[in-house]
Design a protein around this ligand. Structure first.
Ligand SMILES: [Zn+2]
Length: 157
């Protein structure tokens, strides 16, 4: 376990992060622990046991910078939810409909738009290997991201 602020610098100054924790921002981030794991699979998550951040070291090395940045914003929303006693993985909802996920994605999407990301780029960002194309489309729709229609299949003669 490491200290979040030893590895993730300056997040306490971001308006997006301050919108999550308010005046508690420095306090929460300075107490936040981060655990790294080594696997080619997975990205980031928050423990529903004690609310610490879990990060794939492989993803940190190989992932796209903007994706990693947006993921941190997303996960910090889960950190707040955990602190507020919410169940992070409420299985009565599918992932793309789960209120805790939608809240986390909503802030990440706002931040992405502020950075100038287009809906098409956001749709690409949402794609992960454990969600089907259909589920990603539903998630995008729930987040107000315009999805390009499926390309019409070319007919083969
Ligand atoms: Zn999430």
């Amino acid at each position: 376990m490491h200290s979040f602020t030893d590895f993730f610098k300056g997040f306490e100054r971001l308006p997006a992060v301050r919108s999550i924790f308010g005046d508690e921002t420095e306090n929460v981030l300075s107490q936040l622990k981060v655990e790294f794991f080594s696997s080619k699979f997975g990205y980031m998550g928050v423990s529903d046991e004690d609310g610490h951040l879990i990060v794939s070291a492989y993803y940190l090395r190989e992932g796209e910078t903007v994706s990693k940045y947006l993921d941190v914003i997303h996960e910090l929303v889960h950190v707040k939810q955990f602190r507020n006693g919410m169940a992070l993985f409420d299985e009565t909802y599918e992932y793309h409909n789960r209120p805790t996920e939608l809240e986390a994605y909503k802030l990440a999407v706002e931040e992405a738009r502020r950075l100038g990301m287009s809906d098409r780029e956001l749709f690409e960002y949402l794609k992960v290997d454990w969600m089907s194309e259909e589920e990603v489309r539903k998630l995008a729709k729930n987040l107000g991201i315009k999805v390009t229609p499926k390309r019409a299949q070319e007919r083969v003669r």
